[in-house]
Design a protein around this ligand. Structure first.
Ligand SMILES: Cc1cc2nc3c(=O)[nH]c(=O)nc-3n(C[C@H](O)[C@H](O)[C@H](O)COP(=O)(O)O)c2cc1C
Length: 163
């Protein structure tokens, strides 16, 4: 079926056919606390220098936190972390408390998610306003990896990946 992008729900459904991994974009709150948001608008940009980009809607709390602090973290979730993805996909007012041990420090940058398959902390080097999102390009300062099976997002759900 061919549609024009004006039909919002059909347009979203078309993008739901794109299977992705799931990340949590983390940022630092002014009081020193850690903040997270579930995201799949994330990609590696360059290996040398190591650059990554994230796409953040202007309506998100994370937008001003990242814009003002100039840094963000990316945590690639494992299949066992579906509840983490669902927690940080909700508006903070509806999330309930975030357990302290959900976050861990990698270095001097923003906290990242404990037990993620990969963690990166990035310093914002450029901002590109495109439509209702800003693309933040970050230079990776620190990263960590561990073995495991990734969490997948497809067709508005988290199907179990069989490897
Ligand atoms: C699988 C998935 C991927 C998402 N990807 C993005 C994204 O790339 N960028 C974005 O701005 N919001 C994305 N969201 C929506 C945010 O996670 C959601 O709006 C969250 O409540 C934002 O939190 P905040 O307002 O505290 O930053 C995604 C949600 C889900 C479930």
């Amino acid at each position: 079926m061919t549609s024009e992008p004006g039909n919002n729900s059909e347009y979203r459904r078309a993008w739901s056919r794109f299977a992705t991994g799931v990340t949590i974009i983390t940022s630092s709150e002014p009081g020193g606390g850690a903040h997270g948001m579930t995201a799949n608008g994330v990609t590696s940009v360059s290996l040398d220098p190591p650059l990554a980009l994230i796409c953040v809607a202007h309506s998100r709390n994370s937008f001003s936190l990242i814009d003002e602090s100039g840094e963000f973290g990316i945590s690639v979730l494992a299949q066992s972390q579906k509840s983490v993805a669902m927690h940080f996909a909700k508006d903070p007012a509806e999330r309930g408390p975030t357990p302290d041990d959900m976050f861990v420090k990698l270095g001097s940058g923003p906290a990242v998610i404990s037990d993620a398959l990969a963690n990166f902390t990035c310093e914002v080097i450029s901002r590109h306003i495109e439509g209702d999102h800003t693309i933040f390009v970050g230079r990776v300062k620190e990263f960590s990896t561990q073995e495991g099976v990734p969490l997948i997002f497809y067709d508005a759900s988290f199907p179990v990946l069989e490897l």
